[in-house]
Design a protein around this ligand. Structure first.
Ligand code: NAD
Length: 261
């Protein structure tokens, strides 16, 4: 049996990296997937590839930090599939800079995409879940940086810590409605977001790219290995398919042992 049979799953930032793989794995497990992203063309390509594999998906344009676009995008998803059962609030960016060099605009951009985006998509999807009374799953893409800090990532660390608070509050409010909320906290995964920051960190820290990988990114893992998109997508599948409130309000660190709770 497909674990997500008939569940409608909206994944933000699904045109690339972790979101893309989660969309593919959800579809392969019987979910109907709404591929939401700022980049509509890339989102449409992901949805088309899923349809070519015989599964069900469609793309919507959505800047998660824009209230009107989130309201419209969720409404389109509900018009197409009738409901939302699973939200993966995954869209995100990275900005590498020291606090003393950081512009206020970059600070606000980071918080808008990660926190405003998580709030707006949660509100719209949770309203539908509550109105239908059949429960639901809300999954936030946190990070090991939801639990600890690194140099040059102050706004990211702040935003990812903030998601833990939002998740816990949503888990409390959702409990009576069977709506679960959890945070996945990946270690480093070689997506475009991470590929970009290897040279950026090397420059800012004055070390080689190899040193960034070995001595910054993977230093505290148990085996010096990157986490993969499949690792994270499999955890996202478990959280989406889980059937009771026993697993809610939690964060799951998926990181080869970097930061043990
Ligand atoms: P990625 O750059 O491959 O993909 C991010 C996607 O988000 C892109 O398709 C982009 O277009 C989309 N996006 C960006 N801003 C958006 C907006 N305002 N509205 C809608 N979509 C938007 O990055 P990724 O590594 O797959 O990151 C996905 C999430 O995982 C992020 O929240 C990131 O912080 C988190 N994360 C990544 C890693 C990692 O090592 N790659 C580790 C921990 C957490």
């Amino acid at each position: 049996m497909n674990r997500l049979d008939n569940k409608v799953c909206l994944v933000t930032g699904a045109a690339s990296g972790l979101g893309k793989r989660i969309a593919e794995v959800y579809a392969a497990n019987g979910g109907k997937v709404v591929v939401a992203d700022l980049q509509l063309e890339a989102a449409e390509a992901v949805a088309a590839a899923i349809r070519e594999s015989g599964r069900d998906a469609f793309a919507v344009a959505m800047d998660v930090s824009d209230e009107v676009q989130v309201v419209d995008g969720v409404a389109k998803a509900i018009a197409r599939y009738g409901r939302i059962d699973v939200l993966v609030s995954n869209a995100g960016i990275q900005i590498i800079n020291a606090v003393t060099d950081l512009s206020f605009a970059d600070w606000k951009k980071m918080l808008a995409i990660h926190l405003d985006g998580a709030f707006l998509t949660t509100r719209e999807c949770m309203r539908d879940m509550q109105a239908r009374g059949q429960g639901g799953a809300i999954i936030y893409m946190g990070s090991v940086h939801s639990h600890l800090a690194s140099k040059l990532k102050a706004p990211y660390v702040t935003a990812k810590h903030g998601l833990l608070g939002l998740c816990r509050a949503v888990a409390k409010e959702g409990g009576a409605h069977g709506i679960r909320a959890n945070v996945i906290c990946p270690g480093f995964v070689r997506t475009p977001l991470v590929e970009r920051q290897i040279p950026e960190q090397a420059k800012e820290l004055g070390i080689s790219e190899d040193d960034v990988v070995k001595n910054v990114m993977l230093k505290d893992t148990v085996d010096g290995e990157f986490t993969t998109v499949d690792d994270v997508a499999n955890v996202a599948l478990t959280l989406a398919a889980f059937e009771s409130n026993a697993l809610t309000g939690q964060s799951l660190v998926v990181s080869h042992g970097w930061y043990m709770q």
